[in-house]
Write a protein that binds this ligand. Structure first.
Ligand code: GAR
Length: 189
């Protein structure tokens, strides 16, 4: 079995899709959800789906090896960042080289970097009058949103588009593609 841990900071709709997608998979399981916010809705989702949860704070994440140790103890093979907003520390990158995958709600390298997450991305895309936006699935390195791109999909930004309507289009793309792209990487297909 290939074991995944999903990291999420908030709502967790992508985390839920990924858990559901792999729930009856023959060779891939989602064993853990890790979250940096004790009141995040992703925790409720994971509980309802029967997936173990670990919540951690900044001091633990950046100041100790508890999280990489915990993941290794649990024989986790890949880390999937699904709406996770903190930079990945060096000890986690070196424990999982080339094995951390993130989804970003824009066409990187545009509209990435520190502070560019969620609705802020969609607001910036609309303010710049971009004709299109999309999703980027990429490997994670030591900088925000800069690792090697695995997959992108695009959507139009229509006249009168709002950050909310664009977020809906982006979420639809994420739900269509993220789990399948992860499957391709972790199964080597
Ligand atoms: C998703 O759109 C994801 O691409 C984005 O946060 C949203 C989380 O939604 N990630 C980032 O902005 C990372 N920089 P969800 O919690 O409902 O899955």
């Amino acid at each position: 079995m290939t074991r995944l841990a999903v990291f999420a900071s908030g709502n967790g709709s992508n985390a839920q899709r990924i858990i559901e997608y792999f729930s009856s998979h023959p060779s891939v399981t989602v064993d853990l959800v890790l979250c940096n916010k004790p009141d995040a809705f992703v925790i409720t989702r994971a509980e309802q789906l029967g997936v173990s949860i670990r919540v951690f704070d900044k001091a633990t994440f950046y100041g100790t090896s508890e999280i990489p140790d915990f993941l290794i103890e649990n024989r986790i093979n890949y880390l999937i960042l699904a709406g996770f907003l903190w930079l990945i520390p060096e000890n986690l990158l070196s424990a999982y080289p080339g094995r951390i995958i993130n989804i970003h709600p824009a066409l990187l390298p545009k509209y990435g970097g520190k502070g560019m997450y969620g609705m802020k991305v969609h607001e910036a895309v609309i303010a710049a009058r971009e004709p299109e936006s999309g999703i980027t699935i990429h490997f994670v390195d030591e900088n925000y949103d800069e690792g090697r791109i695995i997959f992108q999909a695009k959507c139009q930004v229509d006249a009168g588009e709002t950050p909310e309507s664009l977020a809906e289009k982006i979420h639809a793309l994420e739900y269509s593609y993220f789990a399948g792209v992860v499957e391709g990487i972790v199964t080597g297909d």
